[in-house]
Structure formats: C-alpha cells, structure tokens
Design a protein around this ligand. Structure first.
Ligand code: PEP
Ligand code: MN
Length: 360
C-alpha cells in the first residue's frame, strides 16, 4: 500500500481545520433533534456533523437506529447549515443508501472492522468513491485487523481515508468504557503518518466527564482530529447517554484544549516527548506487572520453606544473584550502584513477602 501525503489532502481540500472536529449525536432520533444539534454546531469549530442511522447494538432490544428516514434529516441539516454529514455504514445496502443521499463521510464501525468479509463488502460497494471513508479500530486490540481494513479500502481505489481510535474492549471493568491502548494507535501513526488519525474520546471513556482529558492526551500525541458525541439533551439520548455532551460543553472543551501546531520546532519536541512517555509508561506498567509476579513466586518459596522449616534468608544464593546481576546490568548500560540499589530493594520486599507467609 503506497499511502502518501495525497491521502491527507482531503483535510485541506475541504478546508478542514486542524484539529478536525466531528460532532453530533450518537444516533439520529428525530428530525427536530438532528436539526437542533446541527444548528447549534453550525458556527463553531465543528466541520463535520455525525449521526448514527443504523446502530450496532451489542444485544437485541436496544435502539437500532431510525434507518433511511434519518438520511433525509441529514440531507436537510446539510442544506441548512453547510456542515458535512457523516454516518456509519455496515452493509453494502447501507452504503448504497448513504451515497444516494449524498452523505459526505462514511465510517466503518468497530464491530465491522473485525470482520474482513464485511469490510471487503463495503470496499466493493464504495469502489472508487470520492467520499471520505474513516475506519474505526476493531473492538479487539489487533493492529493488523485495523491496517487490513484500511488496505481493503485503499485497494478499492478510495483515496480520502482516515482512521478513528475508539479504544478496545476488555472483560475487566476499568475506568474506561474501552481502554485506549495508546501504543496501538501510535504504532498505526508511525506506520502511516499520512493517514489522518482521529480520536473518539466518547467511546473510549463512556463518560462525559473524561472527554476533555482523553482528547487533550490525543492532541499531545499529534492526532489530527476528534469525533465527539454531542446532543442537545444528553441524559435523554436514545443511545450512549452517559458519554454525550451538550453543544455548549463541546465548545468549552474545544476552547480549553491546548492545540499544538505540527510544524513548530517546540511542538515537534513535545510530540516526540509524548510518544516517548507512552513508551515509558508502558515499560513502567510492565515492570510493575513483573515485580508483582516475582513476589508471587517469593510467596511460594516462603510456603515451601515453611513446610521444610528452612530459614528465609539464604545469603550465599543472594550474593551469587547479585554478582550475576551486576555483570548483566553492566552489559545493558546500567551502573553497579543502580543494580545494587534496585535489587536490594527487590530482595527486601521478597523477604518481607516470605516472612509474611512463614509467620502466618
Ligand atoms: C458510534 O460511533 O456511535 C459507534 C457505534 O461507534 P463504535 O463503532 O466505535 O462502537
Ligand atoms: Mn455511540
């Protein structure tokens, strides 16, 4: 795939600001709701209006979207406000309808990106379109699937491409609805620097109070834009109520964001620093995970020593370990002083763990 600067030209062609702001409700609900929101967003930094017409619901029984009639409302909203219109498509039939109603931006949802058959069906239906097509990351943290989705569209002759980072599913409950896994989006960005990268803080957080912070983090990582669910009456929205913000709040969020220019030297420094920090954070997380695992082994050793009535402190073994660590550390550019300090601390913690087990 030969992605070049051509692929970000649509941002300029449409005179879309940096950062690009896409906003609008999770779902189109009524004509009145669509028009009201679009008018409130009209004279702001928002250039693209979003609204789901067909909603992929995890379980049946939820609101599944208004369907074709919603496209009429979007068309009307575009005529009245001049905003570009965006919606999600998941089948060839939906693509056909969206094109008939001249929707400007089509996005592929996270539950569709996971399925190569479905993405290929969309790519075929969109063949050579000059519409903007955005690919959301798949729900599972798989960079290849995300790239594969983009490649299928690129191979179908679609040139105005972009990707949306909406976070990834986890079984465990976290403070996010979908954990960001920033590293995956950064890997994507490093591989395809000319594909615009857009943050979806609404689906990442699932919580309107966290939208600002996640958007700022993304801008610090040099993202090109944001897609934020916005509703005139968020609490009574028919889908994703907890994460939608009002147009007034959206404008405040945009006003408060620190927007970094791409060309400035100082910003280049900040962007690179932020990426390094993501790496550092990831390594620190791994360090903690490994230390936790190490102490669990210490607990098992403690249990064994208790069973055999053996003393916790085994000085000979400890001195051997330390000597080896100093040599290994030197090879990795780590000073003896640092190795001594860190392993003494680890050893101490290990002894504390074993003692706890033995005396229990
Ligand atoms: C949406 O944008 O409303 C949506 C359904 O998103 P996702 O595909 O990221 O879940
Ligand atoms: Mn939604």
């Amino acid at each position: 795939m030969n992605i070049t600067a051509e692929n970000r030209k649509w941002l300029d062609d449409f005179n879309l600001n940096h950062p690009l702001v896409i906003a609008g409700p999770c779902s189109a609900e009524t004509e009145d709701q669509v028009l009201k929101i679009a008018h409130e967003l009209k004279d702001s930094k928002v250039s693209i209006f979003r609204a789901g017409i067909w909603k992929p619901r995890t379980r049946p029984g939820g609101f599944e979207g208004v369907g074709e009639i919603g496209l009429k409302w979007l068309k009307k909203a575009k005529a009245e406000t001049g905003l570009l219109m965006a919606t999600e498509v998941a089948t060839a039939a939906q693509v056909k309808l969206a094109l008939e109603y001249d929707i400007d931006v089509l996005w592929i949802g996270a539950r569709t990106t996971v399925n190569p058959f479905a993405v290929q069906e969309l790519a075929d239906a969109l063949q050579n379109t000059d519409k903007i097509v955005l690919v959301k990351n798949p729900v599972n943290p798989d960079l290849s699937l995300w790239i594969g989705g983009l490649e299928r569209l690129y191979n179908a002759g679609i040139k105005k491409l972009g990707v949306i980072h909406r976070g990834f599913s986890t079984y465990e409950k976290t403070k996010y609805r979908n954990i960001p896994e920033w590293q995956i989006a950064i890997d994507f960005q490093n591989k395809f620097p000319d594909i615009p990268l857009i943050i979806d803080p609404s689906h990442i957080t699932g919580n309107r109070d966290m939208i600002f912070q996640v958007t700022q983090e993304a801008l610090d990582l040099n993202y090109d834009g944001m897609i934020i669910e916005t509703h005139v009456d968020p609490d009574n929205a028919w889908s994703d109520a907890a994460q939608q913000v009002t147009p007034t709040r959206l404008k405040q969020i945009i006003f408060d964001l620190t927007i970094r220019k791409e060309t400035d030297d100082a910003d280049d420094y900040n962007n690179r620093l932020s990426r390094f920090r993501v790496d550092i954070d990831e390594y620190d997380r791994k360090l903690l995970e490994i230390l936790g695992k190490r102490m669990k082994v210490a607990d098992k050793i403690g249990a064994l020593k208790k069973e055999k009535n053996v003393a916790v402190l085994q000085n000979k073994r400890w001195n051997e370990i330390l000597g080896k660590m100093i040599l290994d550390g030197e090879e990795k550019g780590l000073s003896e002083e640092f190795i001594l300090k860190i392993f003494k601390a680890i050893h101490q913690e290990s002894i504390t763990h074993q003692e706890k087990v033995i005396n229990n």
